[in-house]
Design a protein around this ligand. Structure first.
Ligand code: PLP
Ligand code: SF4
Length: 326
């Protein structure tokens, strides 16, 4: 990372140019991509970029191909809309449901499956909408688990998070709370003692950390995870199989070992969803299966995630790893 990076999140093409992350020749295209999809690189992430197309750069720097949609790509690949009983809630499986309190993230991933809706000024539920969503959980006894996602729920202030988690945990039939987040690796400075306190609950809280490359586990990221673990949070990992980022046996092994070293149990390896403009990241499922097969036996069983894809038409997650039908 060149010197002189301003101490803040980079949010547009001109900021990327000023930081030396893109060339003057790339600014015009990057502005066009930025007009369509949100851009953000925290300092923590920008600092990790050493070459224009390295595994960190690929995840976050805008690329002109994002404006080209392949015929099989769709704007709502996980088909959340038909499973939304009230705003912000997605109830697809009987015993668990998603709650999306906001749609902002610390960084914006170029392959994001919710890229048509995530962004810095989008999707914060109003107090009334949040009350309605919490009331839906309170009145839906078959749901035993709330999964906070978005966007990234750890973008909420510790005070708001503590309030939200406390209200959800107070519902008698809710046994488990889960949060999906990229904050511990993408913006570890947000994991303060106040945030860790907000995540300390009487009921178990599972935090599923999204990371795709071993290099994302910096000292700061590992410290943030140690703090969360110390607060009693159970740490899981989820990754997306991405061409040019982690589509080799060595990259996956390094990633899963880095997770385990940071007290994270790899949970899911996702086949990339068919979000618009993401073709350059696609890896065939047969290749993914072969990569995982290659780790089998050689690498600790703790490292093994379930390899899953989102079945078309909202049918939900389907295991596609070794041993499952292709
Ligand atoms: C992925 C997902 C979940 C969580 O599924 P698990 O297999 O329990 O991790 C819940 N609801 C929706 C809509 C999902 O897409
Ligand atoms: S952190 Fe998750 S929701 Fe946010 S842009 Fe990345 S993949 Fe999308």
């Amino acid at each position: 990372m060149p010197d002189g990076l301003p101490p803040r999140t980079l949010r547009d093409a001109d900021a990327l140019l000023a930081a030396g992350l893109i060339t003057p020749a790339a600014v015009y295209d990057a502005r066009a991509v930025g007009a369509r999809y949100a851009i953000a690189l925290t300092q923590a992430v920008a600092r990790l970029i050493t070459a224009p197309d390295d595994p960190i750069a690929r995840q976050y720097l805008p690329h002109p191909n994002e404006l080209i949609s392949a015929p099989d790509e769709i704007s709502d690949p996980t088909a959340d809309a038909p499973f939304t009983p009230v705003k912000g809630v997605v109830h697809r499986y009987p015993d668990r449901a998603l709650l999306k309190p906001l749609l902002a993230c610390p960084v914006y991933c170029r392959f994001c499956f919710r890229r048509e809706v995530v962004g810095p000024d989008g999707g914060l539920l109003t107090e009334a909408e949040l009350d309605t969503a919490i009331a839906w959980f309170a009145h839906t006894p078959e749901v035993r688990e709330v999964i906070l996602t978005g966007g990234d729920p750890l973008m909420l202030s510790p005070r708001r998070l503590a309030d939200l988690l406390g209200r959800l945990a107070a519902i008698p039939h809710i046994d488990i709370l889960r949060i999906h987040s990229r904050v511990p690796v993408a913006d570890p400075s947000r994991v303060t003692a106040a945030l860790a306190d907000a995540l300390t609950l009487d009921k178990p809280l599972y935090l599923c950390v999204h990371a795709n490359h071993a290099r994302e586990f910096t000292d700061a990221a590992r410290d943030s995870l140690r703090r969360l673990h110390g607060a009693g949070v159970v740490l899981l990992g989820q990754s997306v199989l991405l061409a040019g980022v982690n589509d080799s046996e060595a990259a996956l092994e390094d990633l899963f070992r880095a997770m385990l070293a940071a007290r994270i149990k790899p949970y899911y390896l996702h086949q990339l969803d068919l979000a618009p403009g993401t073709a350059r990241f696609r890896v065939p499922a047969a290749r993914g299966r072969a990569l995982l097969q290659g780790l089998r036996g050689r690498v600790t069983g703790l490292a093994w995630p379930a390899y899953v894809e989102e079945a078309p038409g909202g049918a939900g997650k389907r295991p596609i790893g070794p041993g499952f039908p292709a």
